[in-house]
Design a binder for this molecule. Structure first.
Ligand SMILES: Cc1cc2nc3c(=O)[nH]c(=O)nc-3n(C[C@H](O)[C@H](O)[C@H](O)COP(=O)(O)OP(=O)(O)OC[C@H]3O[C@@H](n4cnc5c(N)ncnc54)[C@H](O)[C@@H]3O)c2cc1C
Length: 422
């Protein structure tokens, strides 16, 4: 049915909270804000809620990260400070306890990623839905919101089927990545239509496509804890350490995904393929290994540095060295080329992955227009923003879901306080 044909019935329920979006942020805000005498309606566009949560962490749900919550602040690019109140109010420990108390214990991996012990996103969603049901939250799935308008101190929320009057509106529509899950950026349009500032959006946590990429047939080889530096117009923009994966078309893996918010098409990425702090140290290690190699094959000397053999063979090829050449037979320019390839391999970025493959969205509802202590709009009374619709994107490792739950909990706490004081 088109919105033109819709028959609207403007509900007259007072004290109604409408939440647009049934992802983790929307559901958590709903269940925390619900309670005696409060009517909470969640409109979800897809046939069922939280489609993105169901595929998070490849369906295993890396829900948060281990360690002190203060350490989270550096994992949201330059926007971590905005999340301080939300993260302190509802920490990773609180999130873990919430699920454990409801029969879903969590476990941290050695690297710090936290998953449900069952390794099933569906179990996380089941807890959220059961809590929503227990607290009387009315989840209306398959009912996309098409428009929102101000109405006195409240709002009219229109779907294709109905129009509902809300005293308080929470926008939890997520970002614009993986649009098949329902997150198609609608919340930005709703925010703008209400006068809320929104920044430009772009894909984040996304792979990098490389010009003249020489490793297409080595897709699947990965390197742990290595250095990646971003250069723009010859100047260093950012340096990062993380895991890297060679793909058919370029680079991926957590180190690249986390760095992608700082990368633009045309940038040069210089990758240090050994886990050393400095490229210069690695360059010297390669030169020393070849100098000491004598009659040993150059391939063996490089593999002994803990580089994968197929990768080493490709580097020799790129340096114009015969596969069986001995170290002693390498010319100076070949030695220099090999040392540079291992220490600072230059990749020219053709483009970044688009929204269809990005795991998060950079940009969104401008943080300048939102009170970081409440998640309430500074522009429109009784309007709140929670989750990824905000201009927040976290690193891989559970930081995005923690932000979704923490912003939702903070908004709900403020909403509950408002209502208690009425
Ligand atoms: C493949 C993938 C894997 C990921 N893995 C992880 C991970 O392991 N750990 C982690 O921390 N993060 C992960 N993320 C990121 C994380 O899933 C998101 O940051 C998180 O889901 C954001 O929660 P949200 O509730 O704000 O938004 P979303 O989960 O995007 O939910 C928004 C909801 O709003 C609904 N909606 C949108 N528009 C409308 C409308 N007009 N009317 C009604 N409903 C609407 C959508 O259908 C959707 O259900 C992953 C992301 C992807 C794409």
């Amino acid at each position: 049915m088109s919105s033109g044909e819709a028959r609207y019935t403007v509900g007259a329920v007072s004290d109604t909270i409408v939440i647009i979006g049934g992802g983790p942020a929307g559901l958590f805000c709903a269940l925390q804000a619900a309670g005696a005498g409060k009517k909470v309606i969640v409109f979800e566009k897809k046939a069922g809620p939280a489609k993105k949560l169901l595929i998070a962490g490849s369906g295993q749900c890396n829900i948060t990260h281990d360690g002190e919550i203060a350490g989270f602040l550096s994992h949201y690019g330059d926007h971590g400070a905005f999340l301080r109140s939300a993260l302190m109010n509802f920490t990773n420990r609180d999130l873990i306890a919430f699920f454990a108390e409801r029969g879903l214990p969590m476990k941290a991996e050695p690297g710090g990623k936290v998953f449900p012990e069952t390794r099933k996103s569906a179990d996380v969603l089941a807890v959220l839905l059961s809590e929503c049901a227990g607290r009387g939250v009315d989840i209306r799935s398959g009912e996309p919101v098409v428009a929102v308008e101000r109405d006195r101190e409240g709002f009219i929320v229109r779907t294709e089927r109905e129009a509902v009057r809300a005293d308080l509106l929470v926008i939890a529509t997520g970002g614009a990545s993986y649009p098949a899950t329902g997150s198609t950026g609608d919340g930005y349009a709703f925010a703008r239509s209400l006068g809320q500032p929104v920044t430009e959006v772009a894909p984040a946590l996304t792979p990098v496509y490389v010009q003249d990429y020489p490793f297409a047939d080595l897709a699947g080889i990965s390197f742990e804890n290595i250095g990646i530096a971003v250069y723009r117009d010859g100047k260093l923009v950012r340096r990062h350490t993380g895991d890297l994966l060679l793909t058919h078309t370029g680079l991926s893996g957590p180190g690249i995904l986390d760095l992608s918010r700082s990368i633009l098409a045309g940038d040069t990425l210089r990758v240090t393929f050994l886990p050393e702090a400095k490229a210069e140290t690695v360059r010297k290690r390669v030169l020393d290994a070849v100098a000491a190699g004598g009659s040993r094959q150059a391939k063996t000397a490089l593999c002994d540095l803990a580089l994968p053999e197929r990768f080493v063979r490709r580097l020799l090829d790129l340096a114009g060295v015969e596969p069986g050449a001995s170290c002693a037979h390498l010319k100076k320019n070949a030695r220099t080329a090999l040392a540079t390839f291992v220490a600072e391999f230059p990749f020219t970025v053709a483009r970044l992955g688009g929204f269809a493959e990005a795991m998060a969205t950079r940009g969104g509802v401008a943080l300048t227009g939102v009170n970081q202590k409440t998640m309430a709009s500074k522009v429109v009374p009784n309007l709140y923003f929670v989750g990824e619709v905000l201009d927040i994107d976290g690193d891989t490792g559970g930081y995005n879901l923690q932000a979704a739950f923490s912003t939702a909990a903070l908004a709900a706490r403020h909403i509950a306080g408002l209502r208690a004081s009425r």
